[in-house]
Design a protein around this ligand. Structure first.
Ligand SMILES: Nc1ncnc2c1ncn2[C@@H]1O[C@H](COP(=O)(O)OP(=O)(O)O)[C@@H](O)[C@H]1O
Ligand SMILES: CC(C)(COP(=O)(O)O)[C@@H](O)C(=O)NCCC(=O)O
Ligand SMILES: [K+]
Length: 256
């Protein structure tokens, strides 16, 4: 079995693949101060609850946008599983040309999403990933990564309001009953939710216009399911896109 790990700024998502089948996935908080041993215990407990043992895992592939944790998880792999993991970055074949001023600068998660999206759809794509930041990536019909946009994520947008305005509370991000809200919590939800739908549709619309490629629009990440139904531009939500991309990259790089 293959263990795939996607380290985001808020959550670490882990998945277990048996061939092309995702058997299990977990989401844990990203904690920069945790050590390899602490993550080892966490993974051990998750595995035990699912009836999986370390010995079942033949390989590990990691993508990380938190540099301090990349090394921690590499050590976890070596110390607890006994082999070096694949890490998305220099030395990994993506099969995808990266048109970015400095290709090393693109977040690994963005590349992983682009690879997964193109492998599945074989057409021009825009991928919207609702994480800590919301990323927009454009892949052209030839399967080349062409860049995109990075916007503040939904949760950190709400946190900014809460932290900078004394009378504004921390609120749950959801669709409020009305755009003409009658209390503080609903007012904040209206501003964040509908403001965000607008942000997404405006950025996607502009990428579409500039690309002249009629790309298909995929959404993924923790809060994709909340925004997608209200968006005019998102065609489909693919919750497991990043995990799928990790599996695909593993298969492209692993010599049988
Ligand atoms: N299933 C979910 N339902 C509600 N909120 C979620 C869910 N998954 C993630 N979130 C929240 O969405 C934000 C982004 O999460 P995530 O997509 O995991 O980001 P990242 O990839 O940056 O770690 C976080 O604040 C997280 O708590
Ligand atoms: C934009 C990101 C912070 C998104 O990360 P996430 O929200 O998934 O934690 C990450 O992809 C990143 O650090 N990128 C590097 C900058 C770039 O892609 O140009
Ligand atoms: K992510």
């Amino acid at each position: 079995m293959l263990l795939v790990i996607d380290v985001g700024n808020s959550n670490i998502v882990l998945g277990i693949y048996d061939g092309e089948r995702l058997l299990k996935d977990w989401r844990v908080s990203t904690e920069k101060s945790k050590t390899a041993d602490e993550y080892g215990i966490l993974v051990h407990d998750l595995f035990r609850l699912a009836g999986i043992s370390f010995g079942d895992i033949r390989d590990i592939i990691i993508s990380s946008v938190v540099p301090t944790l990349t090394g921690v998880l590499e050590r976890l792999a070596v110390e607890y599983f006994g082999f070096r993991p694949y890490v998305v970055g220099p030395g990994i074949k993506t099969g995808m040309p990266i048109h970015y001023d400095n290709p090393k600068e693109v977040g690994a998660d963005r590349i992983v999403n682009a690879v997964a999206g193109f492998e599945k759809h074989r057409t021009a794509l825009i991928i919207v990933d609702f994480g800590t930041a919301t990323t927009f990536d454009y892949v052209n019909r030839k399967g080349e990564y062409c860049g995109g946009a990075i916007a503040p994520g939904l949760v950190i947008s709400m946190e900014a309001l809460f932290q900078k305005a004394s009378k504004l509370p921390r609120v749950e991000i959801l669709k409020p009953p009305s755009i003409i809200a009658k209390n503080t919590v609903n007012s904040m939800q209206a501003g964040i939710f509908y403001g965000y739908v607008g942000l997404v549709d405006e950025i996607v619309g502009r990428i579409k216009t500039e690309s002249r490629d009629n790309p298909r629009v995929l959404a993924t990440g923790g809060l994709a399911g909340l925004i997608a139904p209200e968006s005019k531009t998102i065609n489909e939500v693919d919750e497991y896109l990043t995990l799928e991309g990790l599996r695909i990259l593993y298969q492209r790089n692993h010599e049988n």
